[in-house]
Ligand binder design. Structure first.
Ligand code: UD1
Length: 417
């Protein structure tokens, strides 16, 4: 278990290239299984969650090779459709193999997935939906056994636009005869990215990015090369780092449209945001202001994955900001850690009131999940003195070369393993 040691209050400057999106790379890697052909996934970030996904692919009998940021996966010799509990527990995205395996082999045996501890995170919507397509499900001793019986496309209305459930339905439906329609589908850009990959491979998916997605089942897929989209949450992380350190930096390889739900907070706090093509420049003022209340919501609402980060912005902004978490029930664990750094945050139920303080001070804190860890690191960048962030293995799940990139921007941060 490593830690980051950060000396705060250094101004950042320069450019940072944004990594490929974790939440796109993971389902796309799982989706290579549905093709049965060699695929190359470019712009695939070096993350521990990607490593676990590659371990699953190998355990299923796929050949996998990484060359720089490109990952070659050949699933033609897939010879297993069971995933062990230890591999399932490594990440939340392991559950996406359910749809991919059903689609490819007609069967899958999995256990409950792991991932960050930010709530109960059930998979009932995944299971109910694939059942509607004709999958029979039985559970024994923690194993979930799924078998494609009389598969037929149908209408599936989700009671909540779950990202993972939408991905699993798409993956199960791509080879299911007939037409599957998902109503109240998740609209996240990662769903669009997965669908683009699958369509290139030969799938017939329309409407990705909208609430209704239509999937026409097809039999055969082809080999495909695909480049993963930029990571909007990593982009938000560097934007927050720039804002709280009163800096001026340029983010390269971003999709500015994906950042629209978060940009108003930065603008209201006094930051200037300039976009040009796939670059975004953020110029932060010497004094930040509080911003309008934030409520996390499914895309295109404010992303829950940016909630901890935006809280750090509010911590050092003049005035009080209210932030509500509506997606996960247990995603405020970073609050007491931020208060250890001198923040003034009061939580009530699913809303926090963040009273801005003049400055934070360095202390020893502990990451409790991926985004909370990133937020604490960003807080350390603007704290007076030295901050030590422990448990950074959580941060490794989602950030490629995090401390290296921050250092390159002028931060004083070192990693101790
Ligand atoms: C994905 C992202 C995660 C992000 C989240 C919401 C990946 C690997 N992870 O997670 O970073 O924070 O979307 O944008 O892509 N729910 C149920 N039953 C289900 C499924 C979900 O009740 O069967 C609930 C969850 O407990 C949660 C909410 O729905 O409260 C949203 O979950 P979901 O959209 O499924 O998130 P994930 O796919 O797990």
């Amino acid at each position: 278990m490593g830690e980051y040691i950060i000396e705060g209050n250094h101004i950042l400057h320069g450019r940072v290239r944004i990594q490929g999106a974790k939440n796109s790379a993971l389902p796309i890697l799982a989706a290579t299984v549905t093709t049965g052909k060699p695929c190359v996934i470019h712009n695939c970030p070096e993350l521990s969650d990607v490593k676990s996904t590659i371990e699953i692919l190998k355990a299923l009998g796929c050949s996998v090779k990484r060359n720089g940021s490109s990952v070659w996966v050949d699933s033609s010799k897939l010879n297993n459709n069971q995933i062990s509990d230890s591999l399932m527990r490594e990440s939340r995205s392991s559950v996406i193999f359910l749809g991919a395996l059903l689609s490819r082999t007609g069967e899958a045996v999995i256990t409950a997935p792991g991932g960050c501890d930010i709530g109960v995170r059930p998979i009932d919507l995944h299971l109910l939906s694939i059942q509607k397509l004709g999958v029979s499900i039985s559970e024994d001793c923690g194993k979930i056994r799924c078998k494609a019986e009389k598969m037929q496309g149908t209408k599936i209305a989700l009671s909540f636009p779950s990202v993972g459930a939408t991905e699993n339905i798409i993956l199960t439906a791509v080879h299911t005869p007939g037409v599957t329609t998902i109503i109240n589908a998740a609209r996240e850009p990662e769903i669009v990215d997965l669908s683009k990959f699958l369509n290139l491979a030969g799938a017939k998916i329309s409407g990705a990015g909208e609430s209704t997605i239509i999937i026409e089942g097809v039999e055969n897929f082809r080999s495909v090369q695909y480049s993963v989209m930029p990571d909007r949450i990593a982009a938000a992380t560097y934007m927050t780092a720039a804002a709280v350190t009163h800096s001026d930096i340029v983010l390269e390889d971003v999709v500015p449209n994906h950042l629209m739900p978060i940009i108003p907070c930065f603008e209201q706090s006094g930051c200037k945001i300039m976009q040009s093509g796939n670059k975004l420049r953020i110029i932060a003022p010497s004094e930040l202001n509080s911003f309008e209340s934030v409520r996390t919501m499914p895309y295109p609402g404010f992303p829950t994955d940016c909630q901890a980060l935006i809280t750090v912005l509010a911590c050092v902004a003049k005035g009080t900001t209210y932030i509500s978490e509506n997606i996960f029930e247990n995603r405020f664990k970073h609050i007491c850690e931020l208060n250890r750094l001198g923040a003034d945050i009061v939580a009530h139920d699913r809303t926090i009131a963040v009273r801005g303080v003049k400055s934070l001070y360095g202390a020893r804190v502990c990451a409790c999940d991926l985004r909370a860890g990133a937020a604490l690191t960003v807080a350390g960048l603007c704290a007076n003195g030295t901050t030590v962030v422990g448990n950074i293995q959580f941060i490794d799940r989602g950030y490629e070369n995090f401390s290296g990139n921050l250092k390159m921007l002028g931060a004083v941060i070192r990693r101790k393993d």
